[in-house]
Design a protein around this ligand. Structure first.
Ligand code: NAG
Length: 178
């Protein structure tokens, strides 16, 4: 009985030590996303596209891209200067089998959303597709840290200072950075 228990422990230890996931959440072939705010704006779909609106996967961070985000906005209008944007980036760590933060040097913290890729104003309405532009080409300090053709996780957070409301999306995708 004791022998069997020890065996079981050894097996558990072995299986948790190895990270065999190069592409967490099937990011090799498709984007994974979820909403990280609880409303009032609700996200029903997220689709990465190139600048012209054509579906793009893997995403290409060397040029501006659009995150076509379908939202239901029940009541609020968001605009400048109240609407602020913060983007966080993680890379996939094969040693720890977890996401590791990539420094963004404060460049993407609490910046004016309407002049940084959000088509303002965002108005109430259901099933609206909002094209959130993502452009790392003007922040070489960040893009130079990113290895080519790897999975990345992005948190795209919009906070409105006027209503104190948030819209947050987590987005995991295979990305080309060269
Ligand atoms: C995979 O996606 C789910 C949500 O669909 C999330 O809860 C989970 O943390 C993700 N796993 C990783 C390794 O990011």
């Amino acid at each position: 009985m004791l022998y069997r228990c020890l065996c079981l422990f050894a097996f558990v230890a072995l299986s948790s030590a190895a990270c065999d996931t190069t592409w967490p959440n099937s990011t090799e072939t498709k984007v994974t996303w979820w909403q990280c705010s609880s409303g009032p704006v609700m996200v029903t779909n997220v689709n990465p596209t190139d600048k012209k609106g054509v579906y793009e996967y893997p995403i290409r961070l060397t040029e501006p891209l659009l995150i076509a985000t379908t939202v239901n906005d029940p009541s609020s209008t968001y605009s400048s200067p109240g609407l602020k944007q913060t983007i966080k980036v993680w890379s996939w760590n094969m040693n720890s089998c977890s996401w590791t933060g990539v420094p963004t040097f404060g460049l993407l913290n609490n910046i004016d959303a309407c002049t940084n890729g959000v088509p303002c104003p965002i108005r109430p309405g259901n099933n609206q597709i909002i094209n959130l532009e993502l452009d790392f080409s003007d922040t070489p300090a960040i893009i130079n840290l990113l290895h080519n053709d790897k999975p990345y996780q992005l948190e795209y957070m919009l906070h409105d200072d006027v209503t104190n409301e948030d819209l947050c999306i987590i987005f995991q995708a295979r990305a080309l950075t060269k």
